[in-house]
Design a protein around this ligand. Structure first.
Ligand SMILES: [Ca+2]
Ligand SMILES: [Ca+2]
Ligand SMILES: [Ca+2]
Length: 126
């Protein structure tokens, strides 16, 4: 908790009890953006921060591919996270205004786990 507060630089606000840590993390994902982090809990490098506009997005091969571990979708789009660069199966859904603090919890019906596997994504239905 202390580490999170220091990273976010919002200790005064948090101590005042105005917003929760999760809300503080989302402050670093602008409204109407989709953001993805290297580590669970919206920590580590934020590899992805893109406006919520319908379309295809590649995640950088060096900075992000097979490393994403948490996602905040503050857009009005549904995000479909793909396990490869070619937007193919398997993939996972993160709905609008949904946050996933640990992609280990995001699985396909076949049991494929999203953590450290996502390489591209689409924004749909917006
Ligand atoms: Ca990629
Ligand atoms: Ca990771
Ligand atoms: Ca992959």
């Amino acid at each position: 908790m202390r580490k999170t507060i220091q990273i976010l630089g919002l200790s005064a606000v948090l101590m005042a009890g105005v917003i929760t840590p999760v809300e503080a993390a989302s402050a670093f994902c602008p409204t109407n953006y989709v953001c993805m982090w290297e580590d669970a809990g919206y920590r580590g490098t934020r590899y992805v921060a893109v406006p919520g506009v319908k379309g295809f997005h590649d995640i950088d091969g060096w900075d992000g591919d097979n490393e994403i571990s948490s996602v905040i979708n503050r857009s009005q789009c549904t995000a479909r996270l793909h396990s490869d660069d070619d937007y193919s199966w398997p993939y996972w859904w993160v709905y609008k205004n949904q946050s996933v603090p640990d992609l280990k919890s995001l699985k396909t019906m076949d049991g494929d786990i999203a953590n450290d596997d996502v390489e591209s994504f689409q924004l749909l239905y917006c």
